[in-house]
Design a protein around this ligand. Structure first.
Ligand SMILES: Cc1ncc(COP(=O)(O)O)c(C=O)c1O
Length: 459
């Protein structure tokens, strides 16, 4: 709930000053950041964040799409504390700790044992890098080194490292680095129309046909195809129809190309189940997990793969089959302990229908607040993801420019209504904690509506 603005405390002034002198925030134009009021978040309680002046904000982007059980959850805190008193960190490079083993075994269960091998890392980009590199090396080790290309889908976002940028859609985020990126092929995502929040897919067939055309001519030189199943988050929560991933998987199998599913965003309750691929009845060759894996508490990621891939890397040391990749904090024990506690809590939330209910409510609230509004171009929801795209009411009038920063202005205004949320261009993305309560879903959507009403008439 928003409260009347108290005067900034001395603590806030001190943090402000130091932040203005020393910080450089990720994905942030610092000139703009310096010119606007800063928010220093000092505490979390459930779905809420509390700033240095005691104001409360609903965490509308789940702390960059990671938060599963809310902040400061007693069960996760207890699991973390228990592990802390045993071992905070040890490397997995040639050594082991039992929490990693236990978690790897749990994660194998996500795909009913089809992907029993677990390679731990520490963030989503690295989980994807590992899948890309494992696939690349597999084909070399099995005598087909010419298979090294990668196919991805328009709108793709797989991270900010060079490998992941190379397979991402080359837009605002990555274009500048294009001379350093390796070439990859891209096929068009299924096109759709949005009508009253419902998605009508006009041509998944066309998208699949475009993919098959690429495969027909290039499969012999292609290692893998990568995509985010069901919902492409960073593209603006763009959806694919049910059955699409299965059709893609069949094509990959037919043309002998590895399928990498990037569930860094879609896993762990975000779309209502533990993974979108099992929901869709698809077993990829690689499954990338991060974000919600450790419930938004700690950086932890995993790349799951099959015994067949794993077997190809076995041999004498001199054969050079070893996968030479690893990060200092890969499979950190604290992260693994929290991930195990999180999975235990998450399963009943899924089976009881709680998440499905909140997802339905999110869709209903978005529809109630944004349908038939002259400033809304489109809106959509799937699972606990959603987006609204704003537009000028009079489309014949001068259109909005990038520097008007409409989405950003609305996100800033939302703070006055007790919400932190992130924009994407002229859109706002809804990504609440998976454990969000019913009254909080209402607050989330209403706060964006109020912020929109504050900002747009004054543009
Ligand atoms: C689908 C997907 N893959 C990979 C990443 C990269 O994850 P990280 O930011 O942890 O490197 C993201 C981040 O948003 C993502 O949404």
């Amino acid at each position: 709930m928003s409260s009347a603005s108290p005067a900034p405390s001395r603590l806030t002034d001190a943090i402000d000053l130091a932040d203005s002198k020393h910080a450089w925030h990720p994905f942030t134009q610092m000139k703009e950041y310096q010119a606007n009021p800063r928010l220093h978040l000092v505490r979390g309680e459930g779905s809420w964040l509390i700033d240095s002046d005691g104001r409360r904000y609903l965490d509308g982007n789940a702390s960059v799409w990671t938060n599963v059980h809310g902040h400061n959850d007693p069960d996760l805190n207890a699991a973390l504390e228990k592990q802390l008193h045993q071992l905070a960190h040890v490397t997995l490079l040639g050594l082991n700790h039992p929490v990693a083993t236990e978690l790897a075994e749990e994660l194998a269960g996500l795909t009913n044992g089809l992907l029993p091998r677990c390679f731990f890392t520490d963030n989503g980009s690295n989980a994807v890098e590992v899948a890309l590199k494992l696939s690349f090396q597999f084909w070399q080790l099995t005598g087909r080194p010419e298979k090294r290309g990668v196919i991805s889908m328009s709108g793709a976002y797989h991270g900010d490292t060079f490998g992941t940028m190379s397979v991402g859609d080359n837009r605002t985020f990555h274009k500048r680095f294009s001379p350093w990126l390796f070439p990859s092929q891209m096929f068009e995502a299924p096109r759709h129309e949005e009508c009253a929040g419902k998605i009508k897919f006009s041509d998944a067939t066309q998208s699949l046909q475009a993919l098959e055309n690429i495969l027909k001519s290039q499969a012999s030189q292609t290692a893998s195809l990568i995509l985010e199943p069901r919902v492409q988050g960073a593209a603006g929560m763009h959806q694919q129809p049910a059955g699409f991933i299965k059709a893609v998987a069949q094509l990959c199998q037919q043309y002998d190309v590895h399928l990498i599913l990037d569930e860094v965003f879609t896993g762990f309750g975000r779309l209502g189940s533990l993974t979108a691929c099992t929901e869709e009845g698809v077993a990829p060759d690689f499954l990338c997990l991060a974000k919600g894996l450790a419930a938004g508490y700690l950086p932890l990621a995993a790349t799951l793969t099959s015994e067949k891939i794993y077997e190809a890397f076995q041999g004498e040391f001199s054969e050079g089959r070893t996968f030479f990749h690893g990060h200092t904090f890969s499979g950190n024990p604290l992260g693994c302990a929290v991930a195990l506690a999180s999975l235990k809590k998450l399963r009943p939330m899924i089976s009881s229908g709680q998440i499905a209910e909140r997802a339905q409510q999110l869709g209903d609230e978005i529809q109630k607040n944004f349908s038939d509004h002259p400033n809304i171009a489109s809106y959509r929801q799937y699972g606990l993801t959603g987006a609204v795209d704003f537009k000028p009411a009079d489309t014949s009038a001068k259109s909005w420019t990038v520097d008007m920063r409409v989405g950003y202005q609305i996100a800033l205004a939302a703070r006055r209504h007790g919400l932190v949320i992130r924009p994407l261009g002229d859109s706002i993305l809804f990504v609440p904690p998976i454990s969000i309560q019913s009254s909080e879903v209402t607050h989330l959507v209403q706060a964006v509506r109020r912020a929109m009403d504050d900002v747009i008439p004054n543009l």
